[in-house]
Write a new protein. Structure first.
Length: 92
């Protein structure tokens, strides 16, 4: 089945609304999509080939976890490039 670029773009836009933070695990960033508790989160990893890998109840102790401020989504954070840059600097 072929998808148009617009269909894929719309799907990615919808996906960004569900991302609530990032976790840095070694040298990669995973997207946080659900927080079970302080100890466990659900994440999605986008692999180098563009596949999505879901990680359920990922131990948050395995990486550096940061949630977007004020309950924002990734979509809202990307609306302001300066706010996004400041957020990413927290991982350095």
């Amino acid at each position: 089945m072929m998808y148009s670029a617009q269909h894929l773009r719309n799907s990615l836009e919808a996906f960004k609304r569900d991302v609530i933070g990032l976790v840095k695990n070694q040298d990669r960033f995973d997207l946080i999509v659900y927080k079970h508790s302080e100890d466990f989160i659900d994440t999605i990893t986008i692999t180098q080939f563009g596949a999505l890998q879901e990680n359920f109840k990922f131990p948050s102790a395995y990486g550096e976890v940061k949630y977007f401020p004020k309950g924002k989504s990734m979509d809202e954070m990307l609306d302001n490039p300066f706010e996004w840059a400041e957020f990413i600097k927290q991982f350095n």
